[in-house]
Design a protein around this ligand. Structure first.
Ligand code: PXP
Length: 244
């Protein structure tokens, strides 16, 4: 059964909208932990548009579940990660103008930068996950470069419907099988919500799901601890038991 990584970027986005001190991702992370999260996930972007360096430092001090740092391979950010030592780094592509991460990291095209980042992060004892599209050549190279885990990009699955969504799920399942065959842990994330998460959560050996926007959006209505608890139940309690 997967554990839930709650992405706190959207809490920081609301704070940064007013350049003030609330809502605070540190306090919000405590509520996510109380709601049953297995990890706190943050993306320290090069433009610092939401999560700030202060957040990373304070979360390293206060989070006692897994701290998962999403980041690019930029040498500046790699140096920060090596100093702060999150439990896990998920390497993602980053484009300055994008609204959110747009696709998986192209490890084939960025091979040298990825090798350098993985080398420095692993030397600091940090667990490495790569955020990838479910493509055989990307997954094979991730294994060759020594990744511990692959987070499959679920964005296309999340955005599609009906037969197209079933095709996207089949691609994710085939990709997940490859990830496992190479001995890496299987993660997933992007665009997942309370309606589309179950088929992904039920993929064989799914280990970690990183979900942000839908949980933080729901928290406006029901509170963060309950929004997290509802998502944890959805991804961990088998359908048969939930319907009783
Ligand atoms: N995983 C990765 C690698 C991401 O970049 C993001 C978005 O920050 C997420 C998961 C969470 O996506 P969402 O906010 O759509 O749930």
């Amino acid at each position: 059964m997967p554990e839930l990584g709650v992405n706190m970027d959207h809490v920081a986005t609301l704070r940064q909208a007013r350049r003030t001190y609330e809502p605070d991702p540190i306090r919000a992370s405590l509520l996510a932990e109380l709601g049953g999260a297995g990890a706190i996930t943050i993306h320290l972007r090069e433009d610092r548009r939401h999560i700030q360096d202060r957040d990373l430092h304070l979360l390293r001090e206060t989070v006692h579940i897994k701290l998962n740092l999403e980041m690019s391979c930029s040498p500046e950010i790699v140096a920060i990660a090596v100093r702060v030592r999150p439990d896990q780094v998920t390497l993602v592509p980053e484009r300055p103008q994008e609204v959110t991460t747009e696709g998986g990291l192209d490890v084939v095209a960025n091979r040298e930068a990825v090798i350098r980042a993985i080398g420095e992060l692993k030397a600091a004892g940090i667990h490495i996950s790569l955020f990838l599209d479910a493509l055989p050549e990307q997954i094979a190279l991730a294994a060759e470069l020594g990744a511990d885990a692959v987070e499959l990009h679920t964005g296309q699955y999340s955005r599609s419907r009906d037969a197209t969504q079933r095709d996207e799920l089949a691609r994710l399942i085939a990709g997940g099988r490859r990830v496992r065959e190479f001995g890496m842990a299987l993660h997933g994330g992007h665009g997942l919500n309370y309606r589309n998460v179950r088929p992904v959560a039920e993929m064989e050996d799914m280990h970690e799901l990183n979900i942000g926007h839908s949980i933080v959006a729901r928290s406006v209505y029901v509170g963060l601890e309950r929004a997290v608890r509802e998502m944890v139940d959805l991804i961990t309690i088998p359908s048969a038991r939930r319907s009783q």
